[in-house]
Design a protein around this ligand. Structure first.
Ligand SMILES: [Zn+2]
Length: 142
């Protein structure tokens, strides 16, 4: 289904979202400086990374919401080996933030000193522009 392939996703430089179609507005929001997920209008289920279809009630009636405020650092892990395409970024740390109703997976900003990282600390997701023109989001201290 070529019409579902949107090359804006080539600009996204952190996590492979290629299995997700129809949610390419994610990149549009990154360009606006916003990290957004989707919420099912029918049952209220929240998705991050954004999904176009609800796996809870199978509705495709979704709306976008902005990931704002701080989440709690649940876990993180320093990677020595990266997925194909991200080897040049190594080493970096991936992490999971708990926002209460949803969790956000991503990477820690390189400028967060490792000795200041604590499980449970408040962090926020911010849009990060990469030197090659790609974009991602990273977690910084809130
Ligand atoms: Zn639903």
């Amino acid at each position: 289904m070529p019409k579902d392939i949107d090359d804006r996703f080539k600009k996204f430089g952190t996590v492979s979202f290629t299995q997700i179609t129809k949610v390419n507005d994610f990149i549009k929001y990154l360009e606006e400086g916003k990290v957004e997920g989707t919420k099912c209008k029918k049952c209220g289920q929240i998705f991050f990374p954004p999904r176009a279809d609800c796996f809870s009630c199978f509705s495709s009636d979704m709306e976008w919401f902005e990931v704002t405020g701080a989440g709690k650092l649940v876990t993180y892990s320093k990677l020595q080996y990266g997925p194909v395409g991200f080897e040049g970024d190594l080493p970096y740390s991936i992490a999971l933030l708990d926002y209460g109703k949803y969790k956000v997976f991503g990477r820690l900003a390189n400028d967060v000193p490792e000795n200041e990282i604590n499980i449970g600390m408040a962090m926020k997701a911010v849009v990060n522009k990469l030197p090659n023109g790609q974009m991602n989001y990273v977690f910084k201290k809130a």
